[in-house]
Design a protein around this ligand. Sequence first.
Ligand SMILES: *[C@@H]1O[C@H](CO)[C@@H](O)[C@H](O)[C@H]1NC(C)=O
Ligand SMILES: *[C@@H]1O[C@H](CO)[C@@H](O)[C@H](O)[C@H]1NC(C)=O
Length: 497
Amino acid sequence: MKNTQKLHLLPFSVLACLVYQIDGTLFPSPVLTGPDKAYLGSKVMFQCIVPGATLPITYNLLREGKEVVAPRMDVSQAATFSLKIAMSSAGSYHCEASAGELTASSGTVHLQVVIPVSGASVTPDPSPPVMYEGSRLILRCDVTRGSHLSYTWFFNKQEVMSSALPSLRLSGNVLVVDEVTQVHAGSYSCVAGTKMRTNSRFSSSGELQVTVKVFFSVPMISLSVSKEGRDYVGNVTCRSSKGSPPVTFHLLLDGEERTFVEATESLVAVFPVAIVPGRDMGVARCLAQSEVQQLLSDPLNLEVVPVGGRAEVEVDYLYRADYKMDAVKLQCLLSRGTFPFFSWSLNNSVLSPDGDTESHTHSHTPPRYTITDAGRTLLLPDLAAKESGYYRCRARDSYDETSPWVESVAVLVQAEESTMTTIEVVAIAFCCFLMLVLAAGVAYMMNMADRQRGSVNNNRAVNTFPLSPVSNPAEVNQMDTSSVNSDTHNQTMEITV
Ligand SMILES: *[C@@H]1O[C@H](CO)[C@@H](O)[C@H](O)[C@H]1NC(C)=O
Ligand SMILES: *[C@@H]1O[C@H](CO)[C@@H](O)[C@H](O)[C@H]1NC(C)=O
């Protein structure tokens, strides 16, 4: 206890330099020690010291120049004054030491009165703290009493630093988020307190739950059809990918509200609609309505066209950078049908849609393939002999197993060798073409040389470029050996010129 007291007195010692002389002995000016802050209602000590004093000295403690307690006569070098702190105790203190006629003054000590903190709480704006993304949140840390306070904020029990969360600012007892997002949702609390050299006091608030609501996304509309008995049933599905419930979905048919579904937790609503395949049943739209939004989906034509017309297989050979065949892609092109179900076959045996080959009985090493794009596309990743054969696709209405199939003609897809040969033919043809260009070039040079030797003075012939391959038997022979017709030859000449 004594130690603590010393600790708080010493740093506030104020040393004065004035020195008085009495009877040839030094009378130094007094030194006042005391706290700079004290809690209201607490007891504090001030000490006035005259180092080396030997005479009886009268000590006096003054606040703002007025006596605080009765002066005290003492023979010792120090006098201690005990004060009970009231609001009026704040101010500048100094002490005086007098001996006989002489009086010396100490420096001053400034005392602040601190009201102990209590009753911290968080006050939100808006209240209750429930808001949409993008709005502003203000939290204030309030106390029922207290002074000289500093504040610390906690978010989900972690201390909040100014830059910890985006668009968050701390100033004084206020926490501001200019634009809230989902990351700001959570529990907030604050601690208010006064930091003292000893006996710091703090008060913590309770947790405040902040809720950030998400706006709804534009609803997507889709239609599915099933056959029940002899009737067809359509489901229109309205779905928002995000948003904070509740939301109400409305189905509009040709602009008129048909029915609505209150979706409290789910972001999806399903509406049954009457469907007659082949007949236009109108245009549907979904309307999603929340307390702050009204969102309309794209229109959806409720016309279910039965599968019909022609089916055709389109073959794409896909090559790698080195001209090796990478894969073969077969696509089933169907002239019409809103909900087609596709099926593929190789040499008249049906390929299972999930790549399984149990229905394929022709070979013990089953063909490798992938069916994608809701059955529309068949991909042969590595065309080998076992995948070669006649491919065919067919389609029917997915909602009606008894509907008739529309079938394509079979197309022959063959393994790599033959296709590679095509490329090689192209490559060889290109080489021949190059050789021919060279040969023609050489022939031309020789012809020119001949002419220059034969008619040195005939400049006109050179200028007009009268090239006639037939006139030179050597050249004709050359052309014959490379077995190229005269069309190609003409073309070659044009390029060389
Ligand atoms: C239509 O919706 C009902 C009820 O949600 C469901 O039972 C049925 O399977 C749906 N039919 C289709 C084709 O999606
Ligand atoms: C499919 O038939 C063709 C022609 O008959 C044949 O060359 C090919 O090997 C057959 N493919 C399979 C996988 O049986």
